[in-house]
Design a protein. Structure first.
Lengths: 173, 193
């Protein structure tokens, strides 16, 4: 009787051959199915690449052009958002994340999503950047008071950014 | 960059590197992964369906599920052990669906096949067929472990990961299966030194 652990590593070749025979003949791939899978993947990944490009451009912008303390602070905040989308940006329990103030000074067109500052059709990280610029220049509209605290500040930028990240394609594995 | 590469089939990057590229939207990297793993997954699907068309469907569904995991997919073990349970699940589901659709007709068709019983054909009743019959008589869960370990060459840990069972269970199943084989009249001669 061999040592028990030996059974875990060795089996007589005739038995392995018989196990292999149970598989039957190899299945030949099908060209049409290959094409279907790969074209679906290309379509899906084109969207992924687009989001990726936006993120890269944003990072490059912050790294190269903006300068100053605000840009540095915003860069740190963005890195934190991208790495941990929901950290420290939960809305108050009795407020929806994207709640608008009741009387916006400059309401957005009805067709746009709340927070879609650049009217691109999506709420993305660029919108958060635009809001950050407006806050910095002191010209942000009341419509962007997402947490309804009467002020448009870093907290509203955080909410918008976390919303933007939450809208991007799923994070799983 | 990936675009400099000759063809996805010849891509020499590791699965991990390819997955990183796919997470950034590189469709050629996904194609390389697909071509690298498709044939093995077809074999897996065939084990569970026994029919080529169902196997092809199961693999197609599995890779669609796979690319939808991007971006954000994190590989924590071998890609094979991630894909295996996906393909197995799809294969079994499709087989079950096909079985339901066929109803009793398929069973009658099987009964009508005279060659399905090895004992009815003396020429087939050789030792190899004895072994096949013996292996087929093992519980599916034990035979599956043996095939993954000794035919596909997965490590014990990888078998556990692919089948989503603990390492101890993998070992136990192998021990039980081997004991049955050793005790069988048909197979014990192969274990003799």
């Amino acid at each position: 009787m061999p040592h028990e652990d030996e059974q875990l590593d060795r089996l007589p070749p005739a038995i392995i051959d018989a196990l292999r025979d149970l598989d039957g003949p190899a299945v030949l791939p099908d060209t049409k199915r290959d094409a279907d899978v790969l074209s679906g993947a290309r379509q899906h990944l084109a969207g992924v690449a687009q989001v990726e490009r936006k993120r890269r451009n944003l990072r490059l912008f912050f790294a190269g052009g903006a300068g100053g303390a605000f840009a540095a602070a915003a860069m740190v905040a963005l890195v934190a958002w991208l790495g941990n989308p929901f950290a420290s940006s939960e809305p108050h329990a009795d407020q929806p994340m994207m709640a608008m103030s009741e009387e916006p000074a400059s309401p957005q067109p009805a067709a746009l999503q709340p927070g879609d500052l650049d009217a691109s059709g999506d709420v993305d990280i660029l919108d958060a950047y635009l809001l950050a610029r407006q806050v910095e220049q002191g010209g942000a509209a009341k419509a962007y008071d997402f947490n309804s605290d009467g002020r448009i500040d870093q907290r509203d930028i955080d909410l918008l950014a976390s919303r933007a990240v939450a809208l991007s394609p799923g994070e799983q594995g | 960059m990936p675009t400099d590469r000759a063809s996805p089939q010849d891509d020499s990057r590791s699965d991990l590197e390819l997955i990183d590229a796919v997470n950034h939207g590189d469709a050629r990297a996904f194609e390389a992964l697909y071509l690298r793993h498709r044939d093995y997954m077809l074999r897996i699907a065939m084990r569970f369906t026994g029919e080529r068309d169902l196997a092809l469907d199961a693999v197609q569904d599995s890779f669609i599920y796979f690319y939808k995991k991007f971006p954000g997919f994190v590989l924590t073990a071998k890609l094979t052990t991630f894909l295996y349970p996906v393909v197995k699940h799809n294969a079994l589901s499709l087989k079950q669906k096909a079985k339901r659709a066929q109803g009793d007709a398929s069973e009658e068709a099987l009964k009508a096949q005279p060659d399905s019983d090895p004992a009815s054909d003396p020429a087939k009743a050789d030792s190899a067929d004895d072994l096949h019959a013996l292996l087929s008589s093992l519980p599916d869960s034990q035979r599956e472990v043996l095939v993954l370990r000794f035919v596909d060459g997965l490590s014990l840990e990888e078998v556990g990961s692919a089948m989503e069972i603990p390492l101890g269970t993998v070992k136990t199943r192998i021990h039980h299966a081997v004991r049955k084989l050793r005790e069988s009249e048909k197979a014990k001669k192969y274990f003799e030194p």
